[in-house]
Design a protein around this ligand. Structure first.
Ligand code: ATP
Ligand code: MG
Length: 414
């Protein structure tokens, strides 16, 4: 069984790690609700075409990273590499375009065949926010404000930097594309193999290349700003005004081009220097063209996704689990009584651990190990008198209490 190891790039989330993930998801869910976002979930796999064209055949995700297979019925299936395309598919499948604007929150596992390293996995998790049907820059401002509020609630905002750029509208992008093709063609001897390929199919993508040679060429590339139409320029100005009004600090990064093909106007990322090379914790932008590409009515959209693993590395140690009350039966009668008491205490809201076997010493050792706050010792003699021994496991103090008063006497240890 392959040495009983998990598949490369996947990991088990044991209780401590899962607690960190949970803090991230629960915080995001709570804050998103305050902004009026409702939670949805879509299937973990979709027909491959849901992702292939919308994300873009030339993107790394579609070209190299998708988990695609034929199922037993011969359907072409792909494990979702991101949420947006699936959510837009769900909106179309369910006829929700009549109910715009839609404000949606989601979280769950994603799958990409990448080279595993710190902060980069083949199965990872994202939180995701999508706002559909809002063409105004106010939408961009709101979802960025929401992302900042979530990062703030997680105690991460101060350790990140918001980078912002505009990808303009279709007219700006095609003018800029021509300018880039001209520039890169004149500097093609300095470009990597990958970027030479991008030059033909998607020259914008060269701008965020991580190759050192490409970076040198990029340093002198013409700036997008010079090719923005007046409308695209005004749109971006409004986004910036909104962020400034809210006191959300940002830096313009003219090299920031999001990896996905359907982005336009606003692109943004929150980055940190605390995670090494995998410094982007959250990224998003506007994707007005996506719904149309997927066969739906032209509908503006803007959203973002954040990597839960990366955020989980940055959040403070989460609160430890609730300390249980240990029930320690000492004989036949005690066992039955403990079983019944455990149920009724749990129904009353206590966290209760029931030792399954062993003498009193073993059971108290276990109570210690699970950090129980108190132990209720149920001996047959005591039970005959309808009492039990209550031991405070922090002080060692032990008192006899009537069974009828158990819930009251346990209240301080809750
Ligand atoms: P990167 O540049 O790090 O590859 P990306 O542009 O591919 O990121 P997005 O598709 O925008 O990432 O996904 C949003 C977020 O999801 C990222 O900012 C990151 O936090 C997280 N993420 C993306 N890929 C992975 C992965 N393989 N493992 C863990 N987290 C990931
Ligand atoms: Mg990537």
């Amino acid at each position: 069984m392959a040495g009983l190891q998990p598949v490369r790039g996947t990991q088990d989330l044991l209780p401590e790690a899962q607690r960190r993930h949970r803090v991230v998801v629960e915080t995001a869910r709570r804050i998103a609700e305050r902004y009026g976002y409702q939670e949805v979930a879509t299937p973990i796999f979709e027909f491959t075409e849901v992702f292939a064209r919308p994300i873009g055949e030339t993107t790394d995700i579609v070209a190299k990273e998708m988990y695609t297979f034929q199922d037993r019925g011969g359907e072409e299936i792909t494990l979702r590499p991101e949420y947006t395309a699936g959510i837009v598919r769900a909106i179309l499948s369910n006829g929700l375009t009549q109910r715009l604007p839609l404000k949606l929150f989601a979280s769950g596992p994603m799958f990409r065949y990448e080279r595993p390293q710190k902060g980069r996995f083949r199965q990872f998790h994202q939180i995701d926010v999508e706002l559909l049907g809002v063409a105004q820059p106010l939408g961009d401002v709101e979802i960025i404000a929401l992302s900042a509020a979530i990062l703030d609630a997680l105690g991460v905002l101060q350790r990140t930097k918001l980078e912002l750029n505009t990808l303009g509208d279709t007219a700006s992008r095609s003018a800029y594309r021509q300018a880039l093709i001209g520039y890169y063609t004149s500097r093609s001897d300095g470009l990597s193999e990958d970027s030479l390929r991008r030059l033909e199919r998607n020259p914008l993508r060269i701008l965020d290349s991580k190759d050192e040679g490409d970076k040198r060429v990029n340093a002198e590339a013409p700036p997008f700003a010079a090719y923005l139409t007046q409308e695209a320029h005004d749109f971006f100005a409004k986004v910036r005004e909104g962020l400034e009004a809210l006191g959300i600090a940002y830096e313009i990064n003219p090299r920031l081009v999001r990896g996905l093909d359907y982005y336009c106007h606003t692109a943004f990322e929150f980055v940190t220097t605390e995670l090494g090379a995998q410094g982007t914790v959250l990224g998003g932008g506007r994707y007005d063209g996506l719904m149309g590409v997927m066969g739906g009515p032209e509908t503006p959209g803007v959203g973002w996704a954040a990597g839960i693993e990366r955020l989980a590395l940055l959040v403070a140690e989460p609160a430890p689990p609730v300390r249980p009350i240990a029930l320690v039966p000492l004989g036949q009668a005690g066992e039955v009584m403990a079983l019944k008491l455990a149920e009724s205490l749990r129904r009353a809201g206590f966290t209760v651990d029931l030792g399954y076997s062993g003498n009193i010493k073993r059971r108290l050792q276990r109570a210690d190990k699970i950090k129980a706050r108190a132990a209720v010792i149920l001996g047959d003699n005591e039970l005959a008198r309808q009492v039990a021994a209550l031991r405070d496991l922090d002080t060692g103090e032990q008192t006899e209490i009537p069974l009828a008063a158990l819930e009251d006497r346990l209240a301080p240890f809750r």
